[in-house]
Design a protein around this ligand. Sequence first.
Ligand code: F3S
Length: 394
Amino acid sequence: MLAGDQGPLIRKCFQVLVTLGDIYGAERMIEIKNVHSPGVSYRVAGDAGLDYVKEASCQGRFVVPTTLNTTGIDSENWRAKGFPEDFALSQLELNAAYEKMGGLPVYTCTPYLTGNLPMLGEHVAWGESSAIIFVNSVLGARTNREGGPTALAAGVTGRVPAYGLHLDENRRANWLVRVEEEPENDRDYAALGYHVGRLVGQDVPVITGLKKRPRLEALKAMGAALASSGAVALYHLEGITPECPNREAVLADKYETISYGPKEKAEVLDKFTLGEEPDLVVLGCPHCSLVEMREAALALDGRKLKTDLWICVSGPVYEAARRAGFTSILEKSGATIMRDTCPVLCPTSAKGYRAAMTNSGKMAHYIRGLWNVDSALRTLEDCLKAAVSGRGDQ
Ligand code: F3S
């Protein structure tokens, strides 16, 4: 590959991977099973990213299955939803270039809900912080934090350098978290993740003391929060996640211990409160599962909204929800279902919104700076009640 026998794109991409491996002291390359490519939103990629992918698409194809991350528009319905034409056309060009390379157009931060589901111990190359932490922690597959260019390089070569979280020694926990208040819902798991992420930064925590097994949506929420208040790419849950039958199996020789109880939970929830009634509710960060679409449809059946409600979802989950009748219930209530995108990655800034409510720690964290709004972190049920009543005091 480095000699150029397989063409200039593969040589260039392999050089990128060799340079990366040299920086991190990798001794070899590893074959990977698949890629989840970030850098798909034109808002992030810009013209430089668009040109890079267009040029690559004229020279080669992905050799392993490669799913594509969230974009900057609802690609099925961008005009009706008010996305600026210039931006949308550039985004569609970027989508087309990735698809020409064989990228799978799921356009989501939850590729594991749309068929990209690596198994325990498999090596992959994923981008998007909430997806990286899910694949490492919940599935037990192995990835570093890939950016757009390195994910593309991994996709066309089928290789990554062996360093970081691909190696056993870097998957050990250097923080022990004692949970003293059992989370009761997905929002509580997000609050737990937010608190722990703030303290541990880029390290690996093992979380102990949970009595109940969290559902998939709770782990989706917790991982996204851990990766946004901090930069956590791997956590273990004692007795729950696949590499952690017990804490001894994952703890490093040296580690720090912290506790999470009612005081720490209150600190997170107090940070995310509104001083006025919400004028926007956002669900689906990371993108909604079919289960969440069902819960929202059941809660809003026959009701009308008083605030704007964005529900962010992948195309494949949208299609399943449409067949189940959920999307028509949600749209009749006045909800806006955003396929392929989300407030963080789309260009639509705020429409004058001032106060957003969400069940996502990640969205609550980012929407403040990006849209210059206040944000509150509440349960899915309370978010939907607030969207119906127009009041935040649920
Ligand atoms: Fe996904 Fe956007 Fe949240 S990419 S994780 S919905 S910020």
